[in-house]
Design a protein around this ligand. Structure first.
Ligand SMILES: Nc1nc2c(ncn2[C@@H]2O[C@H](COP(=O)(O)OP(=O)(O)OP(=O)(O)O)[C@@H](O)[C@H]2O)c(=O)[nH]1
Length: 398
């Protein structure tokens, strides 16, 4: 590290933080990408420039400011980072814990500064920033861990864990090394190696946040590509894909049933209560049916008020259990009217259920047979489930 000295690393780091702040601001203002999280990250980078210190550049400042700025700055960085992370991960947690920790940390730093003790403010600043970094580790683990692959989740968590680890090591150093005078005035790290380490951690936290933002975008695009925007059910294309995959699994002995669903007299709801009531009715039905299905089941919206459910079966011939599931869906909708303004709108739906044929790659036979049963359910008076008799042979009818 002979070619590096602390001021040089700090200058490079300050430049990096400035560029990163500008980039986050651009993302927020121009591209409207995660705007609140991006603005918080921009603020974090700007505060970081002040909090990292600058060697002897603060030499002319009052002694109290030289000691206060880095500690308060570090704490503010940790608070902003945690808030940005929560927004990026769309966490529903309210920021009370961050406000409490930040407020207590600031009080402890102020008390340390007032006591005139050299160690107390550093210890208070380091301890509270470390606690906030540990919360960030938990946040990434919870928010991304469940949805990302283990390797990607570990990579996203690593910079925050390194930050918490560095904070812990620094707190131990302050407590255990007698007469430790690690920090030079202005809060700058005492050696180029430490300055580089802080820089690397700051840069990797930025990279981790950018990776989380890209992941958020990809998830959003996938949602728009595969989901119906009104109800959140699979759209027709995604449902057909799921059906073709289920057909392929049928050859390996994994069975399924399909249920075609059509809301009864849906046109009346639109005509009598308006289109928004119709939309609310569609969402209401979806909420009820999703709650009655397992995670392995798929529900797709394949037309205006037409839906289709794909129900994997443990026993490929077990039509009865599929019919029982669908009967539950019918009964639960009939039992839960939609609350619309000050009215209760009674909703029912008709269902047709069928098993697939093995030599039908896209699942069209199952769909057609379920559709025929749906028409029978409508013709027989609606609000009922009709089930297709199993095919005598597995060959698709012509
Ligand atoms: N609000 C709303 N209405 C929709 C949407 N998509 C289709 N529709 C309406 O759904 C209605 C479907 O009516 P029909 O096909 O006549 O069927 P129905 O009134 O449900 O009668 P049956 O199926 O015979 O019980 C039409 O009025 C469409 O305009 C939508 O996304 N939102």
């Amino acid at each position: 590290m002979e070619f590096l000295d602390v001021p040089t690393v700090l200058q490079v780091s300050a430049l990096f933080n400035l560029m990163a702040a500008l980039a986050w601001l651009l993302l927020a203002q121009l591209f409207r990408m995660a705007p609140r999280a991006s603005r918080l990250m921009a603020a974090m980078h700007l505060v970081r420039i002040a909090s990292q210190g600058c060697g002897d550049c603060m030499a002319g400042w009052p002694a109290l400011a030289q000691r206060a700025v880095p500690e308060f700055g570090l704490l503010a960085c940790a608070v902003l980072l945690l808030l940005a992370l929560r927004r990026m991960l769309r966490s529903r947690r309210r920021p009370h814990d961050v406000a409490w920790l930040g407020g207590l940390g600031a009080l402890a730093i102020a008390a340390g500064l007032a006591s005139g003790d050299g160690l107390a403010p550093q210890l208070a600043g380091t301890a509270s920033a470390t606690l906030l970094a540990a919360l960030a580790v938990r946040e990434v683990g919870r928010g991304a861990g469940a949805r990302l692959s283990p390797v990607a989740a570990a990579l996203a968590t690593l910079p925050f864990a390194a930050l918490a680890g560095l904070g812990l090591a620094h707190a131990a150093e302050l407590l255990l090394v007698p007469g430790w005078s690690g920090r030079v005035p202005g809060g700058a790290p005492p050696s180029p190696a430490r300055a580089v380490l802080w820089f690397v951690i700051t840069a990797s936290i930025t990279l981790s946040l950018i990776a989380l933002m890209i992941w958020r975008l990809v998830t959003r695009i996938q949602h728009l590509t595969y989901r119906d925007p009104l109800t959140g059910a699979l759209n027709r294309r995604a449902f057909e894909q799921a059906l073709a995959e289920a057909q392929a699994q049928l050859q390996r002995g994994h069975g399924f049933a399909v249920a075609m669903i059509d809301i009864d007299h849906f046109k009346r709801i639109n005509d009598e209560h308006g289109h928004p009531a119709g939309d609310a009715a569609l969402r209401h039905c979806l909420r009820i049916w999703q709650a009655g299905l397992r995670e392995v089941d798929c529900l797709g919206r394949i037309g205006g008020e037409e839906f289709c459910a794909l129900l994997p079966l443990a026993d490929p011939a077990d039509l009865n259990s599929a019919a029982a599931v669908v009967e539950r869906l019918r009964a639960s909708l009939a039992a839960q009217p939609l609350q619309w303004k000050d009215m209760e709108l009674q909703l029912t739906a008709s269902f047709g259920v069928a098993l697939p044929a093995t030599d039908d790659p896209a699942g069209d036979v199952a769909l057609a047979r379920a559709d025929a049963e749906l028409y029978r359910a409508k013709a027989e008076g609606r609000n009922r489930v009709c089930v297709a008799q199993p095919l005598l042979s597995e060959a698709a009818p012509t």
